[in-house]
Design a protein around this ligand. Structure first.
Ligand SMILES: [Zn+2]
Length: 151
């Protein structure tokens, strides 16, 4: 960086469109890619499962309020329950596999699927939240619970 350019703040890397279908498409791409919803940066997970508290590039705090990721857990429970059940019913109806074979296939699937989908339920929860509530609340407002009070 040259000396005459002003130094960029971490927040200046946030380039999420303010509204509309561009915003949703951007959020969807970033959720699938396990990237920061605000700047698209990779590396927001410490390892496969654990999300860092803040984006290392734009400093966006991922849990916007206390208990923020409860919705992500709900997504995980919903899809982890729904996907194996639908596949099991389809396999039971359309294949000749014995019940024991279906158990051998679907019990490991029911164990592994929540682990595999866990990071995606977090990124998809951020997609849903930032689509429904696009307001950029300051962290101070969020932490003090003042975001719904009149200014
Ligand atoms: Zn970021």
């Amino acid at each position: 960086m040259s000396a005459d350019q002003p130094e960029r703040t971490p927040e200046s890397y946030r380039d999420l469109p303010a509204s509309g279908s561009d915003r949703f498409r951007t959020l969807l791409k970033r959720a699938v890619g396990r990237r920061c919803p605000q700047c698209g940066s990779k590396g927001i997970f410490k390892h496969f499962i654990e999300l860092k508290p803040r984006c290392p590039r734009c400093n966006y705090r991922f849990d916007r309020e206390e208990g923020y990721f409860l919705g992500g857990y709900a997504l995980n429970v919903f899809f982890v329950g729904l996907i194996p059940l639908l596949l099991l019913v389809l396999a039971f109806i359309y294949t000749d596999y014995s019940w024991v074979t279906l158990e051998i296939i679907f019990i490991p699937l029911a164990i592994l699927l929540p682990i595999v989908l866990f990071p995606y339920t977090r990124t998809f929860w951020m997609l849903i939240d930032l689509t429904v509530d696009p307001t950029e609340h300051s962290e101070k407002q969020l932490r003090s619970g003042q975001m719904n009070k009149p200014q």
